[in-house]
Design a protein around this ligand. Structure first.
Ligand SMILES: O=C(O)CCC(=O)C(=O)O
Ligand SMILES: [Fe+2]
Length: 309
């Protein structure tokens, strides 16, 4: 269903409200669930490819089970590799601001420390603060397209090492003791190291996008210090406001993003107000570079169990 007019017949254009010209659209008039027609699911998939992130308000009828049954229509579900799913679910990740790991306030693409990282994330607002707690997404295809030709050429030929074991204290100096403990004992209970091309060719659209985010450790063949400078340069094209969209959550909202063509950032500006969002995650495939090479996971090591003090 690549023809937009076919999508129009299933989801009328008047029910698709772009939030910016480059990224994000709200879709109205759909009650998400397992029982949607194949044509509606295909249309949602198509709108995701176009807008990169789509939003549905008023999906308060969803519980974890129905949330997953809907997500399952978009592909196979996959639990987080180290954090595991909420009990009784296949993939639901609970992000609770009052617990370690609940504040995703770094620009990232989900789970890029493994090779076949997720293709879609389906996030549901459960408890939303009265003020703050928005999420921002960037279109990483638009970011690639906005690079000058010389930087595109450089990016096309560059590879990066992604790992879940990064310098947490350097990245999040104000983290609580509980957050640090979660990072050390849960998030990095198995350490992954994966080499990805910096430019990924999208398997469905053929579009090129920048594949970066906070799991990047360094670029292949460059020192950490050169890598950090170059990372900031490329990443500035991802985070430039023109390539982003910001969503003001209400409980019952659902956001779905194409994790192959976006990064996102959960704004940590709500202090000690409570915030809970829950994510169902759809499995992806191994990225391919502009010259047809695939990403590879080099290392996967289980950490020795922490010794009792
Ligand atoms: O808390 C949010 O808004 C986003 C959390 C996140 O990074 C995710 O669900 O992948
Ligand atoms: Fe995320």
């Amino acid at each position: 269903m690549n023809n937009p007019s076919v999508v129009d017949q299933i989801i009328p254009a008047t029910d698709v409200l772009p939030l910016t010209a480059r990224v994000g659209a709200e879709i109205r008039g759909i009650r998400l669930g397992a029982n949607l027609s194949d044509a509606t699911i295909a249309s949602i998939n198509q709108l995701l490819l176009k807008h990169k992130v789509v939003f549905f308000r008023g999906q308060d009828h969803l519980d974890d089970s129905e949330h997953e049954l809907f997500a399952r229509r978009l592909g196979d579900l996959v639990p987080h590799p180290t954090q595991g799913p909420v009990a009784g679910t296949a993939s639901i990740l609970n992000l609770d601001s009052s617990r370690g790991g609940g504040r995703a306030d770094q620009w990232h693409t989900d789970v890029t420390f493994v090779d076949a990282y997720p293709k879609f994330s389906v996030l549901r607002g459960v408890v939303i603060p009265a003020a703050g707690g928005d999420t921002i997404w960037s279109n990483t295809h638009a970011a690639y397209e906005s690079l000058p030709a010389a930087l595109k050429l450089l990016a096309d030929n560059l590879w990066a090492i992604h790992s879940n074991a990064y310098d947490y204290a350097a990245v999040r100096p104000r983290a609580s003791a509980e957050e640090r403990k979660h990072f050390e004992e849960v998030f990095t209970s198995t350490v992954y190291e994966t080499e990805h091309p910096v430019v990924r060719v999208h398997p469905e659209t053929g579009e090129r996008s920048l594949l970066l985010g906070n799991f990047v450790q360094r670029f292949v063949g460059l020192s950490r210090s050169d890598s950090a400078k170059l990372y900031e340069l490329f990443q500035s094209y991802v985070t430039t406001p023109e390539n982003t969209v910001r969503w003001r959550w209400q409980a019952g909202d659902v956001a779905i993003w194409d994790n192959r063509a976006t990064q996102h950032y959960a704004v940590n500006d709500y202090g000690d107000q409570h915030r809970i969002v829950r994510r169902a995650t759809v499995d992806g495939d191994v990225p391919v570079s502009v010259d047809g090479r695939h990403s590879v996971t080099h290392a996967k090591t289980a950490k020795p169990a922490a010794k009792a003090a």
